[in-house]
Design a protein around this ligand. Structure first.
Ligand code: PMP
Length: 361
């Protein structure tokens, strides 16, 4: 069995070299006589792995020293609930901009704690665009503004950092972190589940401008308090050590590939191949997202009817192109092109699309 090109939206494909290293080290790691999943997170050996992952992520993303970096369990969804608890007073106004499904989950997690104001939404148009920032109805007294940098289901991606004045901008980068350079200093908080561009599911990266940790926030247990996690270097309780190690291997792999500049070029090239196959199909394939905000990471598209969508999914699978079925919320097809997807994967998909159209168009 050879490895197929895996277009899963997450958990997603990982580089073969990373998997092989993890495989080679599974039974015995680093001369300690045990696997890394069998040793204490407080052992010097594991602490070194954790510190190296932190240093490598800082280099990879370009994270300034006045930002804390956390490696936490709980996924991006948990952070969506912790944001209002840590950065807003009870019932305080917070602004959310909705450009797809995941912005809505962020709102759902925040609502019990704060006065959520939808400053802008493209939902009425089916989440096919990003409302122009000049039109956003931002509140004067908002604790923060929340955006989703890349909407994994709707395939809509911010291409510029919106100017929200002096209010901290919080961004969910789960499906696009490390795919191009970002100016971290423009954000108050960046968070991302690892299971797309950063490695395995089970660990979430949270990057917080340190002055925001001074905010009183709301009554909350220690385990929900970012300050406590920062004070204990993300080891307030037992962290997901295996996931942290695997993410660390991914950071090293991404640095060796040339870092975020290299992935920006690669993402551009891969997504262009698929969008070209869509746009040159004479309407056989359709992607309805406004050209300026089409995602480089997740490309949803549709064939003329559901029967063809289903045939495309089953035939592509037989051709070694996995997990192209669209999310249930929108249907159709979705191709996810994260950092570990090689150019050859996008080439194979584009070629398959042209061939499928020839046979079925
Ligand atoms: N935000 C975005 C943009 C996502 O794509 C996802 C998961 N696909 C989530 C949040 C939720 O992440 P998790 O399942 O890690 O809680």
């Amino acid at each position: 069995m050879t490895r197929a090109f895996n277009f899963s939206a997450g958990p997603a494909t990982l580089p073969e070299t990373v998997l092989r290293q993890a495989q080679a080290e599974m039974l015995e790691w680093n001369g300690v006589g045990a696997s890394i999943v069998e040793i204490s997170h407080r052992s010097a050996d594991f602490m070194a792995v954790a510190a190296q992952a932190d240093a490598d992520l800082r280099t990879l993303i370009g994270i300034p020293d006045d930002y804390a970096v956390l490696f936490l369990g709980g996924g991006a969804t948990t952070q969506q609930a912790l944001l209002p608890l840590n950065f807003a007073a009870p019932g305080q106004r917070v602004d959310y901009v909705l450009t797809g499904h995941w912005g809505k989950t962020a709102v759902k997690q925040a609502r019990p704690y704060v006065d959520v104001h939808i400053a802008a939404s493209s939902e009425a148009g089916g989440f096919r665009d990003i409302p122009a920032p000049a039109q956003w109805q931002l509140s004067n007294d908002a604790a923060y503004v929340h955006i989703t940098a890349n909407e994994t289901i709707h395939g809509v991606e911010f291409r510029d950092v919106p100017d929200v004045g002096g209010v901290p901008l919080i961004a969910d980068f789960s499906s696009s972190i490390a795919s191009e350079p970002i100016d971290v200093s423009r954000y108050g908080v960046i968070y991302a589940g690892a299971q797309k561009n950063l490695g395995p599911v089970g660990i979430t990266v949270v990057i917080i401008r340190r002055d925001l940790l001074e905010r009183a926030g709301q009554p909350r247990a220690d385990i929900f308090d970012y300050r406590s996690h920062v004070a204990r270097d993300s080891m307030l309780n037992t962290p997901p050590t295996w996931n942290w190690y695997l993410a660390g291997l991914m950071f090293k792999w991404m640095l060796a590939q040339g870092g975020v500049e290299a992935f920006a070029r690669l993402s551009q090239a891969k997504s262009a191949l698929v969008y070209e196959a869509i746009d040159n199909s004479g309407g056989f394939y359709r992607n309805d997202v406004a050209a300026a905000v089409r995602s480089r990471m997740n490309i949803p598209f549709f064939l003329p009817d559901d029967e063809l969508n289903a045939r495309f999914v089953s035939e592509s699978k037989r051709a070694g192109l996995l997990a192209l079925k669209g999310h249930n919320a929108v249907g159709g097809i979705r191709a996810s092109l994260y950092n570990a997807m090689p150019l050859e994967g996008a080439q194979a998909l584009a070629a398959f699309m042209r061939d499928f159209q020839r046979r079925n168009g």
